[in-house]
Design a protein around this ligand. Structure first.
Ligand code: FAD
Length: 290
């Protein structure tokens, strides 16, 4: 996929994770059929922490391509793979006709404080991007952090590291979830001031439950604005939380559109209903649904 070409028009994409069971897979495809109505340009498929879903990622990506005729983008991390294993994996990915990769470092395995690079593997995503770039034929996306990556010393230090990934060959940035559009605009505009021209696409995850959002936030360090937190604190159950989450996601998407975003990358968590409500309210530019 030529990302620069693609994002000349507003572009919608979704992210899914490989279900653990066959029932989960059947349900995911029912949900994706519904989301397909919004005409996504691609669906990205996550790669389990520690490489735990390596085969499942590829299997799901192929099913999405072959069953739904939607282009898949496969996530891949540096975790647990040496350079030669990565080279073999890339050869397999290419043989399967998959050309779009989100190249990530990955998180430290559960219970470990910091990321330890595998023997003869890579320490940072920019090294992985360089390696993939040296094999012709892949389009490479990378992760960006509107509030800075939780391990980084500062936002500025993190953006410099993000720029290294772009300089190494990435042509698309997809962001971590965030709840304040200003954080996204700061990232996009800082990168642009550094000379980057690649699309920076906001990752949108509506809040749908207290427990779930706590887990995500603990991991990625995103902050919920005080005015949203106050509304969440007044919710007596998850059904009310979903409504606050949808309202905030709609308001964020509208601000992002006003600020000229080139697309949305939405995190449906393998379910369509909340995302559909957000997209129906906001409209998808250029899709006949705006
Ligand atoms: P990097 O870009 O390598 O950054 C990691 C840290 O190192 C940052 O603090 C950065 O500032 C610093 N750094 C980077 N380069 C250098 C350098 N050259 N020198 C010094 N410091 C440097 N995880 C999964 O396991 N599977 C997934 O499928 C997955 N999908 C994701 C999708 C998106 C859109 C996002 C935003 C994240 C995803 N993650 C996934 C999580 C991701 O793996 C973690 O956030 C991880 O901690 C960092 O990955 P990265 O590629 O951003 O790392």
């Amino acid at each position: 996929m030529n990302f620069k070409e693609l994002y000349k028009n507003f572009t919608l994409s979704f992210e899914v994770f490989p279900p653990k069971t066959e029932e989960g897979k059947t349900s995911l495809f029912t949900e994706l059929e519904k989301l397909k109505e919004y005409n996504p340009a691609f669906v990205s498929v996550t790669y389990g922490a520690g490489g735990s879903t390596r085969e499942k990622t590829l299997d799901l990506a192929l099913s999405i391509r072959d069953t739904l005729s939607i282009r898949p983008l496969v996530h891949f991390t540096c975790v647990g793979s040496s350079r030669s294993e990565i080279a073999q994996y890339l050869a397999k990915v290419k043989e399967l006709g998959l050309t779009d990769i989100l190249a990530l470092r990955g998180d430290p395995p559960q219970g470990e404080e910091s990321f330890t690079p595998p023997a003869d593997g890579f320490s940072y995503a920019n090294d992985l991007v360089s390696f993939i770039s040296s094999v012709n034929g892949f389009s490479i996306a990378v992760a960006g952090y509107p509030e800075g990556h939780p391990e980084s010393a500062s936002f500025d230090a993190d953006v410099k590291n993000l720029k290294k990934k772009i300089d190494a060959g990435a042509s698309l940035v997809i962001t971590q979830l965030f709840f304040n559009p200003d954080d996204y605009f700061r990232l996009r505009d800082t990168l642009s001031a550094m000379g980057s021209t690649v699309p920076v696409i906001p990752g949108i995850m509506p809040i749908t439950s207290a427990g779930q959002i706590d887990r995500f936030i603990k991991k990625c360090g995103a902050k919920i604005p005080a005015h949203v937190q106050q509304k969440l604190d007044r919710c007596v159950n998850d059904a009310k939380i979903v409504e606050v989450g949808i309202d905030h996601a709609i308001s964020m998407c509208r601000s992002l559109l006003d600020g000229g975003v080139q697309g949305f990358h939405m995190y449906p968590l393998n379910k369509s209903v909340v995302i559909s409500r957000v997209l129906d309210a906001v409209g998808v530019p250029g899709s006949g649904r705006s």
